[in-house]
Design a binder for this molecule. Sequence first.
Ligand SMILES: [Zn+2]
Length: 453
Amino acid sequence: MTTVGQENARMLASLLGIEEADAAERLDKTVRITAAPGLAGAGDEVRDLLERTIHVVHSDEAEPDLELVIGPVEPATYGPYLYASLNQRGVIIDPVPLRHSSEHVHPLLTALAACHIAAAVLHRVIGSSSLPRLALPLSVDFAELGIPERGLATPFDISGAVLVGGGAVGNGFLRALRHLQVRGTLAVVDPKAVGEGNPNRCLYFTSDHVGLPKAVTLAQAAQPDFPGLKLEARACTFGELVAKTGPVDTAIVTVDSRRARRSLQKEIPRRVIDASTTDARAVIVHSHSQPTDDACLACIYRHVPDEHARERSIAHGLGIDIETVRKGFITADAAARIAKAHPSVEASRIVGKAYDTLFKELCSAQALLTPEGRQVLAPFAFVSALAGVLLVIELVRSNRQAATTNYWTVDPWGAPIGRLRRLRPRVPDCEFCADDDAHSLAHSLWARSAEVR
Ligand SMILES: [Zn+2]
């Protein structure tokens, strides 16, 4: 059984290049959060993100390793302290006390600020120079997000969109979306079950959910946050959904592999809004609307030689051939072969799981060792949450025809920088764009709707 703590320790061990036991010790830290009365919401958001990674104390029973002081309020302990100041322009995080102005901040921006505050807190308490660089004071300017005017205040109908993937970024997306006035119906598709490594970063999941279908669990857990929106769970792949319902207007993509993204592009959604995380080091945001002459999802996540290495190590580790791994999900036949190679694995329990997922679980349980271990690790909760917030912002930008670029990479240990947005061209050998049939189908499917808009 993998605990939340073990999964986090593995992540940290991989980031720092240290032993897992040492990493577990570094995560054995306590933080106390003291928030000014008007910023209780920010305090709650930060607590939710940190609780899955380190200990958050609520009373005077123990001196914490760090006290986080949010807004104009007296600290409750003798320190050490980290201060955060939040207003409509942005958030500043500093080890020295800050000047504050009292302003109402939109809850989605508060959620974004909470991710950066959580990063700074983790950086302070884990205190390693080998973590990705984080310089204090850390100043996040909300103007860098490129949110259209009144973009967060305008209600919208999300019907026609499908949330693809109910993992960490899918959880983060809904956690962020709850802060907007959204109505209609949103389908949530994921063929997998909640894994043991999920609750450390999926904020709607608890360890009681392990083994239950992800789509259903996420829709049920998140529904109370959406009075005007109906979440419809589908325990299937995006391709299976499209086979049943026909082409999808908007795919909000949070799946966890490059291959899954490329195969999703072949279903030709009119619009793609996508976010992914690379370990705990980067968040990548992509969006496009068909027909487009610029990069598609398969261009952005084109096949890279590294994937072979990862697939090879999954195949080698599980004792099966690489062609089987490329099929994505475990068939009954493959399950039997894996169970034969790994007596601790019960064949009936892994049928239908993604190879990536099983591999991650076995790695966390130390049943497998891999030279590419770093690539299959899950990021901290705050990284997935940040990806979720940025995904919601990209959706709003796209809704308002403000998404004029198609690629953005954000450092979760730094601040979002607007000028890093790029319009990436099509990749000549993209498996979707280079296919003339697929390209003309995209055109005939969606060109008219582009004219109407
Ligand atoms: Zn392409």
